[in-house]
Design a protein around this ligand. Structure first.
Ligand SMILES: NC(=O)c1ccc[n+]([C@@H]2O[C@H](COP(=O)([O-])OP(=O)(O)OC[C@H]3O[C@@H](n4cnc5c(N)ncnc54)[C@H](O)[C@@H]3O)[C@@H](O)[C@H]2O)c1
Length: 352
C-alpha cells in the first residue's frame, strides 16, 4: 500500500538498509539524508526509490561502499578526481568540497569527477557551491542504459545526461537550474509506471521507434527484449546539450562515454565536469549582485500567464516542495515502497 512517511523516519529506515548493505553508519546516514532531501525537494525520481538499485549494485560489485575520492591530478585550479565507484552522495560531496576550497583560493576551479556511482540530484552540488557564494556549472553523463534517443534517431543511445547551473543571489535564495536533458528524468518514468500512469505525447518512443505514452517502455523490457527510449527536451537543442554533457562529463573527465548495447547491470556511473567561479575574485561582485537582483525583480514583475500564479525562478519549486513535505511527510507509491521493503529483506533489514 502507498504510504506517507515523515522525513526523519524515512532517513532512519533508508540508513539502516544502506548500512546493512555494507556502508559505515556515517556513510549510510549521509546517503539516506541526500536521498530523502531529493524526495523533500519534489524529485522522487532521485530519492529513496533508488535504494533497491543501490543494494543490487553493491551486490553486483559496481557500487563500492565506504570508497573515497582519489585525486589523480592536482594542478591548483584544476582537479582530476576518481570517484572509485563510491556512492555519488559521498564522493560527489568530497569532490565538491575540494573544488570549492580551490575556487575560493584561486578564483575558479575546474573539477573533473569520473567513476562516481550515481550522483543523484545534481542541484545538491550547485547548492553546496552557491551557499559559499560561488557560481557553479555541472555537465554530467550517465553510464547505465542508453535510454534517450538522439534527435532524428529511433532508439536509445545515451543517458538522461543532466546539466545544472547554480548562481548565488545577494540577499536571496540562489538560482538553481537543474534538469535532465531528456524530456523528463528516467526515474520519473519509473515513478509513473509504478503508479500505473500514462505520460503526455512527445516524451517517449517504443522499442520500434514509434511514439507512445506508456512509461513502461523504458522501465521493463518489451516483447522483443528491447526497451523504448525517452526523447530529449527542446528537440535538436536539448539533444545538442545531451551530447555536450556526454563529451564533457564522459569523454573530458576520462570516465567514458556510452557506445555499446544495453546490459542488465544495475550499476549507474556518472561523470561530472564542474566549473566553479568566485565572483568576489572576478572583480565584478558589486555589479554582479546589483544586476542579478535587478534582473530577477524585473522577471517577477511579469504579469502571470494563463494557468500560472507568478513567474518563478529555478530552484524555487524545490524549496517550496521542501517546506510542504517537511510538514506533510513524503508520499511513496505502493510499488516504490514494496521495492524498498524487498531491498531491505535482501540485506536482512525489516522496514514497515
Ligand atoms: N544523476 C543522474 O544521473 C541524473 C540524471 C538525470 C536527472 N538527474 C536529476 O533529476 C532531477 C530532475 O530532473 P528533471 O529534468 O526532471 O527536472 P524538472 O523538470 O523537474 O526541473 C528542472 C528545473 O526547472 C526548474 N523549474 C521547474 N518549474 C519551474 C517554473 N515553473 N519556473 C521556473 N523554473 C522551474 C526547477 O527548479 C529545476 O531547476 C534533477 O535534480 C537532475 O539533476 C540526475
Amino acid at each position: 500500500m502507498s504510504r506517507t512517511i515523515q522525513a526523519t523516519i524515512l532517513r532512519k529506515q533508508v540508513a539502516a538498509i544502506v548500512q546493512a548493505a555494507g556502508s559505515s553508519p556515517a556513510e549510510a546516514e549521509q546517503v539516506a539524508a541526500n536521498l530523502v532531501l531529493a524526495n523533500l525537494s519534489g524529485h522522487d525520481s532521485h530519492g529513496v526509490g533508488m535504494v533497491p538499485r543501490y543494494v543490487d549494485a553493491v551486490a553486483e560489485g559496481g557500487l563500492k561502499p565506504n570508497a573515497s575520492i582519489r585525486v589523480k591530478l592536482d594542478a591548483g585550479a584544476m582537479l582530476a578526481i576518481d570517484g572509485q565507484h563510491g556512492y555519488g552522495q559521498i564522493v560527489g560531496v568530497q569532490a565538491m568540497e575540494l573544488g570549492i576550497a580551490r575556487a575560493k583560493q584561486n578564483g575558479s576551479c575546474i573539477v573533473s569527477l569520473a567513476e562516481s556511482h550515481h550522483l543523484g540530484r545534481i542541484g545538491h552540488f550547485a547548492e553546496m557551491a552557491t551557499s559559499q557564494g560561488l557560481v557553479s556549472m555541472h555537465f554530467v553523463n550517465v553510464l547505465s542504459r542508453p535510454v534517450v534517443a538522439p534527435w532524428g534517431g529511433g532508439d536509445g543511445r545515451f543517458g538522461t545526461n543532466p546539466c545544472c547551473i547554480g548562481v548565488p543571489l545577494a540577499g536571496a535564495q540562489p538560482f538553481i537550474l537543474d534538469f535532465a536533458t531528456s524530456r523528463v528524468a528516467q526515474g520519473k518514468m519509473r515513478v509513473a509506471h509504478n503508479k500505473g500512469e500514462h505520460v503526455p505525447t512527445g516524451y517517449l518512443i517504443d522499442e520500434h521507434g514509434a511514439p507512445t505514452t506508456d512509461p513502461g517502455v523504458v522501465v521493463v523490457p518489451q516483447s522483443n527484449g528491447l526497451f523504448g527510449a525517452l526523447m530529449t527536451f527542446g528537440e535538436h537543442k536539448g539533444y545538442g546539450m545531451a551530447v555536450a554533457c556526454e563529451l564533457l562529463g564522459g569523454a573530458l573527465t576520462g570516465g567514458g562515454t556510452w557506445h555499446r548495447p544495453a546490459d542488465t547491470a544495475r550499476t549507474v556511473l556518472n561523470g561530472m565536469l564542474t566549473v566553479l567561479i568566485d565572483p568576489a575574485k572576478l572583480g565584478t561582485q558589486a555589479a554582479f549582485e546589483q544586476e542579478a537582483t535587478a534582473f530577477i525583480e524585473w522577471l517577477r514583475q511579469s504579469p502571470p500567464g494563463a494557468g500560472f500564479e507568478a513567474v518563478q525562478i529555478a530552484g524555487e519549486p524545490e524549496r517550496q516542495a521542501r517546506a510542504t513535505r517537511e510538514q506533510e511527510g513524503i508520499w511513496l507509491d505502493d510499488a516504490t515502497w514494496r521495492e524498498i521493503v524487498e531491498a531491505g529483506k535482501k540485506v536482512g533489514v525489516t522496514v514497515d
